[in-house]
Design a protein around this ligand. Structure first.
Ligand code: NAP
Length: 285
């Protein structure tokens, strides 16, 4: 696919993967709409790279998402490349995550993705062409303990992506899932800030579980080189420009070992494998 004169929309373009992807697509000749809450960051990006239009939206607010969708419908030209990238994580055992917190995360990671996609589809259908790239994660296919709430948003993204791929193929619209492993972006910092001090607020029953899994996951990260967002933005741009993109791209730590094992092992064997790895095997309280 050629970029010249085509509109690409990147959500979550104020940092990390989205920022890199927006810049790369603009350099390929796309007219890029860069969306996020921090409009100062978006303006800074549009001053650095030609062809980027900043657009402020808070994807946790359904009313704001509707306004954004109206703006997209009124553009007068279809969005032909949609990168559904905005997202964040909070951690915690299910008992430590309020429904309100989970709902808000679903608004950003899932419902806004669905709504923005719905807004872009009439234009793509009229073109009989288009590319939708949805940011999943390695945890779109398995979950670490104390990470179920975030992983559930990405499982939902995977299901919608799979259905869309089949539904939209007859219109010539390509739908791609991206499964990054952990990357050095602002993602971890945001997760720490939004999660807060779990150990201070959890029930004492959970403390040994947090301690054991914290140590287990700590071991998995020891000595690991965590790549930057370019690893994934390169893959996204490769997929967008390709004449025959793959259905799924995975890259980064834990894709070769844990994600590959999830695909290779049956459910019970994978459960034993990950419980061992995360330090929870044999823990009885
Ligand atoms: N980094 C990782 O380890 C990793 C691994 C697997 C998957 N992923 C996925 O990759 C995607 C990008 O993450 P990243 O690593 O690039 O993280 P990041 O650097 O924290 O960027 C997240 C982006 O999402 C935007 N965003 C968050 N809440 C928003 C809201 N309410 N409304 C609008 N935009 C919002 C942020 O913009 P504002 O704050 O300005 O609104 C920011 O531009 C996410 O979907 C994430 O789940 C990341």
């Amino acid at each position: 696919m050629e970029g010249k004169g085509q509109i690409a929309l990147v959500t979550g373009a104020s940092s990390g993967i989205g920022r890199e992807t927006a810049a790369r697509l603009a350099r390929e000749g796309f007219e890029v709409i860069a969306a996020a809450r921090r409009v100062d960051r978006l303006k800074e990006l549009s001053n650095q790279v030609q062809g980027i239009t900043p657009r402020q939206v808070d994807l946790s607010q359904p009313g704001d998402v509707e306004g954004f969708c109206k703006y997209l419908s009124d553009l007068g030209k279809p969005v032909s490349v949609l990168i559904n990238n905005a997202g964040y994580s909070i951690r915690g055992a299910l008992e430590d995550v309020s429904l309100e917190t989970l709902r808000r995360m679903f608004e950003v990671n899932f419902f806004s993705l669905v709504r923005v996609t719905q807004a872009c589809l009439p234009g793509m259908r009229s073109l009989r062409n288009g590319t939708i790239v949805n940011l999943s994660s390695i945890v779109g296919k398995f979950t670490f303990p104390m990470s179920g709430p975030y992983a559930s948003t990405k499982y939902a993204v995977e299901a919608i992506t799979d259905a869309l791929r089949m539904e939209l193929r007859p219109f010539g619209i390509r739908v791609i899932a991206i499964r990054p492993g952990p990357l050095a972006t602002e993602f971890n910092e945001v997760a720490n800030e939004l999660t807060g001090d779990l150990m201070a607020r959890t029930d004492p029953d959970y403390k040994p579980i947090y301690q054991a899994s914290g140590a287990g996951v700590g071991k998995m990260f020891a000595g690991l080189t965590v790549p930057g967002p370019e690893l994934i933005s390169d893959l996204i741009v490769e997929a967008v420009l390709s004449d025959s993109p793959k259905a799924v791209y995975a890259a980064g730590p834990f894709t070769e070992d844990i994600l590959a094992e999830r695909i290779r092992l049956d459910d019970d064997a994978f459960d034993r494998f990950l419980t061992e790895k995360t330090g929870l095997a044999g823990l009885t309280l």
